[in-house]
Write a protein that binds this ligand. Structure first.
Ligand SMILES: Cc1cc2nc3c(=O)[nH]c(=O)nc-3n(C[C@H](O)[C@H](O)[C@H](O)COP(=O)(O)OP(=O)(O)OC[C@H]3O[C@@H](n4cnc5c(N)ncnc54)[C@H](O)[C@@H]3O)c2cc1C
Length: 481
């Protein structure tokens, strides 16, 4: 019997991971003939690490997810630098912009999302693309453009004070740029933070040389001059970095007649309204997934690979408990669940502590004895404890203050006690869903260094924020084995 033809549209973080997952289950390609189509001209890379590229702490060639020989080694028909332009669902054929066609038995759409350009006069040219001196922040090419213009000392405006805007701002400030963040809301990262946390965060970032214009919108881009704001004031800038949010890439799906809302609508099997077509990652819309993050995209890739290869036909995607971390040097910020609960809410316990001088802000929201939201700024011990409680749905210890201060683990063991006290089920690498138990297993099988643990389990290969914990576990195992 000839192998089933699976075509993956999009060779970004979700598409590349899906291809890996399929080949883990069907290594020789005997069951599945796999074609991957990517519009970018190079191999897939870890987009999450682009903030580190901007900040100069990571070289661009270190962020790639696949080596140049990956496709040949894994029997994948990989086509880069070519975009899909049309899906003919009757003929089961995808047309590419080089004029060629690819037919499929099953199609997966993993086209990600694209930066949103706000309606600011002259920000874009007639072609709708960013004007000279304006750059979005999504691709390796964007990073190259930003670094080419943002020489040390040059003023840069960042349009958007969300997670990515702040990561870009911190990276550029670290490079010696004079950075001003222009943000329409009253505080930064308003999706994840409440006003109190936003104020403390802006204060910390201010000490790193970043200025903020809050409650302000850009009215006009002044080529070579910066931005004119809606109150008539100006922000001088040689470069404007736009980080005003993303929109799911849905155009192709919409034209093919698939059900599209904010994203391509999928069910628990990640199928779209056409049973032969699935969607994963930023372009997909599942009722319980928070879009725009890599953790759900990679979980979806694993589940879809189970389904497409028939390895686990009962696999279902049921949503992701997302924990957000800001990757900005000198700032330790974790936000999880829904922290936007008022202290007067009768159905919730809300604890918070503000220490602007110390750069700390912690807030914990508890409902029915479980963590439902938290903001942990400058509080890494509390972040570790509360993330565990949240992940595992455990009851919050009675001494709530000790939890908020990071002085209690679920078991009541002091938080400072270290890796030995983490339960085996604790998720260490969120991006890849790797538990401590899995790391211990890999260590015992011979992966004793962080790099070896990374290649055995994939821990640390996402956003990289678990690296110290993985290293701590390796050290602890080395001394106890
Ligand atoms: C700077 C930055 C930092 C981030 N930090 C974090 C973080 O800390 N934590 C986190 O969870 N998430 C983070 N994200 C978000 C994360 O990168 C995305 O959620 C993830 O990349 C989604 O994967 P995806 O494959 O769905 O989309 P993408 O990675 O965007 O891949 C989609 C691919 O499809 C290609 N494509 C589009 N149209 C076509 C077409 N017609 N034909 C062929 N190919 C096409 C695109 O070129 C792209 O290569 C960050 C994103 C950025 C930009």
């Amino acid at each position: 019997m000839s192998p089933r033809k699976i075509v993956v549209l999009g060779y970004g973080m979700a598409g590349a991971r899906l291809a890996d997952e399929i080949r883990r289950r069907d290594p020789d390609g005997t069951g599945i003939a796999l074609t991957v189509i990517g519009a970018e001209p190079h191999h897939a890379y870890n987009r999450v690490l682009l903030s580190a590229v901007i900040g100069g702490t990571m070289q661009p060639d270190l962020v790639r997810l696949h080596d140049p020989g990956w496709a040949d080694e894994h029997h994948v028909d990989l086509r880069t630098g070519v975009a899909a332009t049309d899906i003919d669902r009757d003929r089961r054929v995808v047309t590419l912009d080089d004029g060629s066609e690819v037919d499929y038995d099953a199609l997966v759409i993993a086209l990600g999302s694209k930066p949103w350009l706000p309606p600011v006069e002259d920000l874009t040219g007639e072609d709708g693309l960013p004007a000279p001196g304006v750059v979005t922040f999504r691709t390796l090419e964007d990073c190259e453009r930003i670094l080419a213009v943002a020489k040390a000392g040059a003023p840069v405006a960042v349009l958007g004070g969300g997670l990515l805007g702040l990561e870009a701002a911190r990276g550029l400030a670290g490079n010696g740029n004079l950075v001003t963040v222009v943000h329409p809301a009253g505080h930064v990262m308003e999706r994840q933070l409440d006003p109190g946390a936003g104020r403390v965060l802006a204060r910390i970032l201010g000490t790193h040389g970043i200025d903020f214009r809050l409650n302000a919108s850009a009215a006009r881009y002044l080529p070579g001059g910066g931005l004119k704001l809606d109150d008539g004031s100006k922000v001088a800038a040689d470069l404007v970095v736009v980080s005003a949010g993303v929109r799911a890439e849905t155009e192709l799906a919409r034209r093919a007649g698939l059900t599209v809302d904010r994203g391509i609508v999928v069910d628990d099997t990640l199928r779209t309204s056409d049973g032969r077509i699935s969607a994963i990652g930023d372009c997909a819309q599942h009722p319980d997934a928070v879009s725009g993050l890599v953790e759900p995209a990679w979980q979806q890739a694993a589940i879809l690979a189970d389904l497409l290869t028939g390895t686990r036909v009962s696999a279902r995607y049921k949503g992701t408990r997302v924990v957000t971390k800001l990757k900005a040097r000198g700032v330790d910020l974790t936000a999880l669940g829904d922290p936007h609960t008022d202290v007067h809410d009768p159905d919730a316990e809300v604890l918070s502590l503000t220490d602007p001088t110390g750069g700390r802000y912690t807030k914990l929201v508890i409902r029915e004895d479980r963590v439902t939201g938290a903001i942990l700024l400058g509080a890494p011990d509390a972040a570790a404890t509360i993330t565990q409680l949240y992940d595992r749905g455990l009851p919050v210890p009675a001494d709530r203050l000790a939890v908020l201060l990071g002085r209690a683990l679920p078991s009541g063991v002091p938080a400072a006690a270290g890796p030995a006290d983490l339960p085996a089920s604790a998720v260490v690498c969120r991006c890849n869903s790797v538990t401590k138990g899995r790391l211990v297993e890999a260590f015992r099988a011979g992966a004793t260094e962080v790099a070896e643990l990374a290649s055995a389990t994939r821990a640390t290969t996402g956003c990289g924020s678990c690296r110290d914990t993985v290293s701590g576990i390796a050290d602890w195992l080395a001394t106890t084995s």
